[in-house]
Design a protein around this ligand. Structure first.
Ligand SMILES: *[C@@H]1O[C@H](CO)[C@@H](O)[C@H](O)[C@H]1NC(C)=O
Ligand SMILES: *[C@@H]1O[C@H](CO)[C@@H](O)[C@H](O)[C@H]1NC(C)=O
Ligand SMILES: *[C@@H]1O[C@H](CO)[C@@H](O)[C@H](O)[C@H]1NC(C)=O
Ligand SMILES: *[C@@H]1O[C@H](CO)[C@@H](O)[C@H](O)[C@H]1NC(C)=O
Ligand SMILES: *[C@@H]1O[C@H](CO)[C@@H](O)[C@H](O)[C@H]1NC(C)=O
Ligand SMILES: *[C@@H]1O[C@H](CO)[C@@H](O)[C@H](O)[C@H]1NC(C)=O
Length: 277
């Protein structure tokens, strides 16, 4: 950790395995990535990059790339395998900020997590994990659990003009409020998901997104035992083109189980739930 002022440039940095690139930016500073930022191998949980700050601007210069070197970890098992894999890019405790033109390749596991943040825009991101596809990666060495964008405990979040080619959720909203994903092209993964943290997810808009060659278009998971704490409100799909199915799943047993039982319209649980699909 070190104090950072105004304009910070990360230029062709090679981060050794097991080390975290922790960027705690002072208020109103700007951070740019130049060239290829690479991360070495170590079996650990990560994150490989953590950024925090308020009123910050973070962007990637032309032809810049954050290369997670996922193939060093991939075993086709994601978070289930024997190899502990780091999550990649975490935006945390960040308010009133913008992250744009970020180019990410080959996350070992989850690519981007946004948490405990408010008023954050992510614009023009490319997340390309196509090297991890089955049939592209060597046998039993494919990517898994490579979520594109995961959002928790955050509000007023906008993700726009992004392309994600991966092997898990394109966007997954675990908890939060007023979250919009628009103009997204999602390929190869599990689609746009609302997950099962057992807390409130409110005001979600998926607008002008294309989800193709994916396990689901929109996937809503709920927990049977979440009681009144879990509430979906105002999920709106505006002109989103889904070439994959819409799926409402309700988990058959408690959290931690991977056993989902189907339930149509779990969202109706709350009478004021506005679901426009
Ligand atoms: C940070 O952004 C908020 C909202 O735009 C603004 O009210 C505040 O004055 C900004 N703070 C600084 C130090 O610029
Ligand atoms: C994972 O570890 C367990 C126990 O150490 C072993 O039985 C299993 O074969 C390992 N799996 C893989 C895929 O290496
Ligand atoms: C972000 O804003 C929220 C709500 O105003 C506040 O609770 C939180 O402390 C702020 N975060 C930071 C890092 O300033
Ligand atoms: C986020 O934006 C809203 C709407 O502009 C504003 O009311 C709120 O104060 C902002 N939050 C923070 C933490 O600055
Ligand atoms: C909801 O988030 C958007 C950004 O996507 C922001 O412009 C808007 O002000 C937020 N609404 C409220 C009520 O804070
Ligand atoms: C919809 O999203 C696509 C990107 O997938 C973009 O090219 C197009 O301009 C968007 N349409 C509108 C009306 O914003």
């Amino acid at each position: 950790m070190w104090p950072l002022k105004m304009i910070v440039l990360v230029d062709s940095l090679v981060v050794p395995g097991g080390q975290q690139l922790l960027l705690q930016l002072t208020e109103s500073s700007t951070l740019a990535f130049r060239g290829t930022t690479k991360f070495g191998f170590a079996k650990w949980k990560g994150n490989l990059v953590v950024i925090t700050g308020c009123n910050i601007t973070v962007y990637g210069e032309k032809d810049s790339l954050l290369d997670g070197q996922g193939p060093l970890w991939w075993d086709g098992q994601g978070s289930w395998g024997n190899v502990t894999k780091p999550k990649f890019f975490r935006i945390k405790n960040t308010n009133n900020s913008i992250f744009y033109d970020i180019n990410i390749k080959n996350c070992p596991m989850g690519c981007t997590q946004i948490e405990l943040s408010e008023n954050v825009t992510l614009r023009n991101w490319k997340i390309d994990i196509s090297d991890g596809d089955e049939g592209v990666a060597p046998e039993n060495k494919f990517g898994h659990n490579t979520d594109g964008f995961g959002i928790s405990k955050s509000q007023n979040i906008l993700i726009e003009d992004a392309v994600v080619h991966n092997q898990d959720d394109c966007v997954v909203i675990n908890s939060g409020k007023n979250i919009t994903a628009r103009n997204l092209f999602c390929y190869g993964g599990h689609g746009l998901s609302i997950s099962d943290e057992g807390s409130v997810v409110e005001d979600v808009v998926f607008e002008n997104c294309t989800v193709t060659n994916s396990e689901n278009g929109i996937h809503v998971k709920t927990c049977v035992d979440a009681g009144h704490e879990q509430k979906f409100k105002d999920l709106d799909k505006k002109s989103t083109e889904l070439k994959s199915k819409i799926d409402f799943n309700q988990k058959a047993s408690g959290r931690g189980s991977n056993d989902f039982g189907k339930l149509s319209l779990a969202v109706d649980r709350d009478s004021d739930a506005g679901l426009k699909l």
